[in-house]
Design a protein around this ligand. Sequence first.
Ligand code: ZN
Length: 233
Amino acid sequence: MQDSGFTCSYCREGARGRLTFAASTIAGGGQGMADRFRTIVDIDAGFAEASALAETVLDWLVATQVVESEPTDRVYFSDSGYPPGTAASRVVEWAADTIAPYSMVTNGLVIHTGREVFGYYREDGFPDAAICPACHTMTPRADSEAGSASEFWKLFEVDGLAGWFAGDDAAGVPCPACGERIRLVEWRWAGHALAFGCLGFTFWNWPPLRPEFLAEFAERLDGHRTIVVAGVF
Ligand SMILES: [Zn+2]
């Protein structure tokens, strides 16, 4: 296997592997007519603490007028979400072609608690490979010759996915390259805007969020690590 030396779209560090993938599915790309999601996923929040953290962050977002306190139904994958508030423009990055979220029909913030697969809206299958956050090696999901699920992926489904959905926040599998045991929620994915977590904040049709805002957001989540997954629905 040749090292291709591209950058991991999640952590911005070098990833090693032979697969290439479209960064636009992760980075969100340019502005179009399709609905775009942008989800801040707290990968450290366990199932038990997710609701309390969600409340803390919502209180902060309402108090700072980033979102309105009265929910509407202008969202997807939930009955209701919080519309952009008067200060929403201060937390997003503006470009010449930016469309303000206020002018979009679907524009709310949905707060998801519980075990979720964030960003997996398009039903076009799982990612091609998992990226280890420790050594940045990409492990393909399928064996290249047989095209069937690799041994790694079988292990992943049993010890990672199934364990996590059954209630084990710490469920995970060892990286085939470096041997480190990586929790399900910490794996990164090639070619998909995807993250597992118990707490996620999905902004529908909001422009990219400012780094300062994301930093404060993480602080409000008790300093937890967060991942932003973004793409088109
Ligand atoms: Zn590794």
